[in-house]
Ligand binder design. Structure first.
Ligand SMILES: *Cc1c(COP(=O)(O)O)cnc(C)c1O
Length: 429
């Protein structure tokens, strides 16, 4: 399997290059040349398969030319070692709970799979790999946890000071010796910008192998397709039109869903549900895409004004606004609406949802108001991770399973300045 870049579709890259570079020149993002359609037999069998087995069957046709089958199997087994339940709230309404991994957020799935892939390549090439990630909250914890104490890999995580929750901060700063947490005086877009600067720093990249664990890395993005199969396999068989609502920030999760559909999974509609960082819902409505600086909200992991993966979505639909609208609907919600959604979920179904999940619920509900279908919304974080908001909305304090720190709290405070951050990236080696 070869990969092309969205900035130069005529050039081809290998999987190793895709995983170790993560981003091509001119901000190009990698996509596989072919998205394989899975055989009918898989779709008949999938309801009886575990998430790990589904992960193996879905990723093998893409990674199988480059990685031995038994290695893919073992990576899938380790990455998907937790439950991904589908909870029925009412007759045609389901929630897919993606938060049962070690850091209680959906990003565990992709981060753990990527950690497996990169360790294998580090071992094979004998070169140490530096993983650099910007986080608006959950990426950092998931990545730090997934790579903790992994041989041959160091991780540097940039997070915006004062904009992530205490639990998230603990998950990033206490993850282990090979993880350097950088508390940046700036917002998520600043973190992302500095990470981008490091990736285009040719001199730095001569010195170290530098890659990303954000969803711009195909090795993290693609394995997320797996749980869409898991979701559809677990709902009632007579469900014909299926809509899936994805609480979206950087649009990695939604892109993985579209890839799953291209592999043959029957999902007729995706709902892009966002907070007031609404550049994609506005694009869907008007055809005009205007990225903007990010606004702060209670669904902080979705505070992304310029979603990195949106160009992958555009590419998958040949930049055709009408085609995109046929497959994706978009809605956005304020914090007050989000809190009301959390309250409604609790009062109507006894279901505690975190703010991100509530945004997905609201988007789905809005879509289902005027469309007959079976709806699934994705629960991307455990409500206990956002205990203050959950309490504010419902009067209930959710419990959060204890997080097991791997080490003492270690972090480096950094000004919003590339030369400083660059020193940390180098010194961390
Ligand atoms: C990262 C995150 C999102 C947004 O996912 P994207 O792939 O960036 O669109 C939604 N909810 C939670 C809890 C997250 O951590």
């Amino acid at each position: 399997m070869k990969y092309y870049s969205t900035s130069d579709p005529s050039r081809r890259a290998s999987l190793e290059e895709v995983l170790l570079k993560s981003i091509d020149a001119n901000d190009g993002l990698y996509m596989p040349e072919i998205i394989p359609v899975l055989p009918d037999t898989f779709f008949y069998e999938m309801e009886h398969l575990s998430p790990a087995e589904i992960a193996f069957r879905v990723t093998k046709p893409v990674f199988g030319d480059d990685i031995p089958e038994d290695v893919i199997k073992s990576i899938a087994d380790k990455a998907l070692s937790f439950e991904i339940p589908v909870v029925e709230l009412s007759d045609r309404l389901y929630v897919l709970e993606l938060f049962h991994g070690p850091t209680f957020a959906f990003k565990d799935v992709g981060a753990r799979f990527l950690a497996g892939l990169l360790s294998w390549f580090a071992g094979r090439t004998g070169r140490e790999i530096t993983v650099l990630a910007a986080t608006s909250g959950d990426t950092g914890g998931a990545v730090a946890n997934a790579f903790s104490e992994k041989e041959g890999i160091r991780v540097v995580v940039l997070y915006p000071s004062g904009r992530i929750s205490p639990v998230q901060e603990k998950q990033i700063t206490r993850a282990g010796r090979n993880i350097t947490a950088v508390k940046l005086q700036g917002d998520f877009d600043d973190c992302q910008r500095l990470v981008k600067m490091a990736f285009s720093d040719a001199d730095l990249k001569k010195k170290i192998v530098l890659t990303s664990a954000n969803s711009i890395n195909f090795g993290r993005l693609f394995p997320q397709s797996v749980y869409y199969f898991q979701a559809v396999s677990k709902i009632k068989k007579d469900s014909d039109r299926i809509a899936v609502s994805v609480p979206s920030g950087n649009f990695g999760n939604l892109t993985s869903g579209i890839i799953a559909a291209r592999m043959g999974l029957k999902i007729s509609k995706f709902i892009a549900s966002t907070n007031i960082n609404n550049s994609v819902p506005i694009y869907l409505k008007t055809g005009i895409y205007t990225p903007h600086p990010s606004f702060k909200t209670i669904s902080s992991a979705m505070d992304v004004g310029a979603p990195g993966n949106f160009k992958r979505v555009l590419h998958l639909f040949g930049d055709n606004h009408k085609a995109i609208k046929n497959t994706i609907s978009g809605y956005w919600f304020t914090d007050d609406e989000t809190l009301a959604g959390m309250r409604e979920l609790y009062e109507s179904y006894g279901y505690l949802a975190d703010p991100h999940t509530a945004v997905a619920y609201l988007g789905l509900k809005k879509y289902m108001d005027s469309n007959i279908c079976t709806g699934i919304f994705l629960a991307t974080a455990h409500p206990g991770k956002f205990a203050d908001e959950t309490f504010r909305a419902t009067g209930t304090v959710p419990d959060l399973p204890a997080f097991q720190p791997a080490g003492d709290s270690v972090r480096v405070a950094s000004p919003n300045d590339y030369s400083f951050v660059r020193k940390i990236i180098e010194k961390s080696f």
